[in-house]
Ligand binder design. Sequence first.
Ligand SMILES: *Cc1c(COP(=O)(O)O)cnc(C)c1O
Length: 233
Amino acid sequence: MDIAEKDADVNVADNLRTVRTQIAAAAEAAGRAADEVTLVAVGKVQPVERVEAALEEGQRVFGENRIQEAQGKWPALKQKYPGVALHLIGPLQTNKAADAVALFDVIETVDRPKLARVLADEMKKQGRSLECFIQVNTGEEEQKAGVLPSEADAFIATCRSEHGLNVTGLMCIPPVNEEPALHFALLREIARRHGLEKLSMGMSGDYETAIEFGATHVRVGTAIFGERQKPTG
Ligand SMILES: *Cc1c(COP(=O)(O)O)cnc(C)c1O
């Protein structure tokens, strides 16, 4: 498809309003307040103009899944639009932990002991304390990041007591071909056991269901910014 034509089709401001309205409706249907749900706008692989359009509409919480891409885009945008909170929602390699701690505000993908330790060391070094969510591989998928449900309890405890991380929530990405509700319910149950208040779950296709199951953070990309162009290279 012609790219210019495709770009013209995407009205980020309208899409944002629609998503916000649907979040509020889903929250109300679940007997929850709309402001209990934070919209994390996922602008990965999108033209920066679309991300700026969301910023112009007052959106301030964003998710990125790759350090390098975020580094190319966000330092300038953070300067221009004060109050941005950046969530890392993609896998983090330990050799990128320093960069992640410097740029992001919340790491949603803490999922293994070595990463927890390196993150804790980097936060001390940089004098920054980021909120951390533990990613749980609720579908126990081989190729997917996240701690296994059976290992989540021990890992959460270790992150807190041994590494002193500020663990405030859990995150999951359900398998594409399964009913997401089961995964959302499992994540909520693990969080409840640990008194964790934040649940990052739900994407463009299932954020309303996620809100029904207690999501406090929904990570929405395509429904706001349109289909992603495939990353090059
Ligand atoms: C890309 C991405 C999203 C957004 O997905 P959409 O289906 O475009 O809303 C959410 N969470 C994670 C971890 C992602 O990588």
